[in-house]
Design a protein around this ligand. Sequence first.
Ligand code: TMO
Length: 324
Amino acid sequence: MSNLKKTASAIALGAAMSLSAAASATAADSSDPIVIPIHNWSSQIVMSHAVGQIFESMGNSVEFVTTDSQAVYESVRLGDVALELEVWEGAFGKSFREALEKGGLHDAGDHDAVTREDWWYPMWTKEACPGLPDWKALNDCAALFKTAESGDKGRYLDGPVDWLKHGKERVEALDMNFVVVNAGSAAALWAEIGAAEKDKRPVVVFNWTPNFAEAVWPGEFVEFPAWEDGCDKDPAKGPNPNALYDCGNPAKGYLKKAAWDGMKDKWPKAYCVLTKLSFTNPQIAEMAKIVDVDEEEAEDAAGIWLAANEGVWKPWVDACAGDA
Ligand code: TMO
């Protein structure tokens, strides 16, 4: 090779090297903290801490903020928080879809988990109301669910208001003999089931899967008219032509991750892990159990879960360790 050619190829090599140096420089995550929102049910809080600890293990800094579980989609869209780890179709599908339409956030993939959120009863309730799980049978048994606050009607203990389950709208749309009362917290739901268990009192409450509760209290979801897309938007959907929310929630709902559009460029490696990570029903139920049954703090529960499941999450980090 002539000297000239050698020089030219050395320059080309140098250029290639500085290009790749530039590429890995842009692929490094920002040192700004990744803000992760946490809500008011255990699996979401534990999962958020677990993923936060994974991001920290990659050299990122992380901050947690407690936010409303509906308003959070607006926060993700605006980049006030970087992501949301548990988008449950039943409770949050509508807020998520509306935020997607406005722009600024995107679908960062599904968890393996299949979810359901709806009216639920522990098995002893069925002994008193054998036509269950049909919703009409439940309605015929309404008197079994009377409480001081519900008068002649049955009481349905719904979840906290921010999960926006439209229990009241459903009772109206299906003309049910029930009064809907919102629990103040998830813990109030578990306390009510626990209290009813002592004398096998019939009870119907909001519940979901995956959750720790299914291992503690065998039970079933009430079968309402099947969910149809648009049941929350178009009165023609569902059995009542004049009402929204006359359907049950999806019986096989998704569990998605959502990301702020800017996350990909600001924290490319963490974003890569976000898109790869996926939890199963048993993994999510276990995260909740470490808090709700074993009574660990969420942050400790996350550490316990990560230590016991390195084979699950380390491959996501390894896959994202190079240039993202
Ligand atoms: C949103 N949640 C899982 C409590 O139904």
